[in-house]
Design a protein around this ligand. Structure first.
Ligand SMILES: [Ca+2]
Length: 278
């Protein structure tokens, strides 16, 4: 199971950019008074008021696909690096509709948690303030009639002594299902998500005057013209001509931007896949 990992250096509540990181380094330098040359270089960039690196990691206790009628353990870790004092911390998780909250089974017990049976938005908060990073595991019930790919999304929230509310970027975790169907050829690890690395492979084909069959490569294809005695790539369909055109490239960029896609041959889409979950 892929474990999405996102780490974000934030300035204020709504941006995640490389320019925020040096400012945090600058604050660290002031505090510790022993800046290394690399830090000095970064500090000269003159970045402004970023005070915290706040991130969320989520993992599922799952081997393969979920089993309807059983439970799913979800472990979340909130990490924070800041020169300020943490004054409040919480978590918003959105679990699939109908998948009811059972409770916390290990880790840092939150003072506020959903009532049993809640699905959709789950809200947690810790006080007195816990040690950082905060890690805990909660359990949800998988309905006996659950089908298809499902996702959990969520973000951490915190408040610091000298600034406003911080949120982690929203972290997206796909819960794989037995009936999800065959993944897209571009989805090399079969997690129903198109990663940047997987997207770049299709961009490579787009920039290489097509693709051809080649056993032993990461995906069974190679850039440029050549042998075509294999099943065509799922990204080569409009038309199927061993070239990746702009329209076909935008389709895979769409899946990348959606965070998840699904096979949906029953819906007669252009390529047999659909963005998002149903
Ligand atoms: Ca993938």
């Amino acid at each position: 199971m892929k474990i999405p990992t996102q780490e974000t250096w934030r300035s204020g509540c709504d941006s995640s950019t490389s320019r925020t990181r040096p400012s945090f380094v600058q604050k660290s330098k002031k505090r510790h008074g022993s800046a290394i040359a690399g830090c000095l270089l970064l500090c000269i960039c003159g970045m402004d008021s970023a005070q915290a690196a706040f991130s969320l990691q989520r993992s599922l206790d799952l081997t393969g696909t979920y089993v309807p009628g059983t439970t799913l353990d979800v472990t979340v870790t909130l990490s924070l690096a800041t020169t300020e004092t943490l004054t409040a911390i919480g978590l918003e998780e959105t679990v699939p509709a109908g998948w009811g909250y059972i409770g916390v089974i290990s880790g840092e017990i939150p003072a506020i948690e959903p009532i049993s049976g809640t699905s959709g938005l789950l809200e947690f908060a810790w006080f007195p303030l816990p040690a950082i990073p905060v890690t805990f595991t909660y359990q949800i019930a998988i309905p006996s009639d659950a089908t298809g790919l499902r996702v959990i999304t969520g973000a951490g929230l915190c408040r610091l002594s000298e600034s406003g509310e911080y949120r982690t970027t929203s972290v997206f975790t796909v819960i794989p299902s037995e009936d999800a169907g065959e993944p897209h050829t571009a989805d090399q690890n079969g997690d129903y998500q198109i990663s940047l690395s997987e997207l770049l492979r299709i961009i490579q084909f787009f920039n290489s005057n097509g693709l051809h069959c080649q056993a032993g490569t990461e995906d069974g294809f190679a850039p440029g013209s050549g042998n075509t005695a294999c099943t065509p790539h799922d990204s080569d369909y409009a038309p199927q001509n061993w070239l990746i055109n702009l329209s076909e490239l935008l389709r895979i960029i769409q899946f990348y931007n959606m965070g998840v896609y699904r096979p949906c041959p029953e819906e007669s889409t252009e390529d047999g896949f659909c963005p998002g979950i149903d």
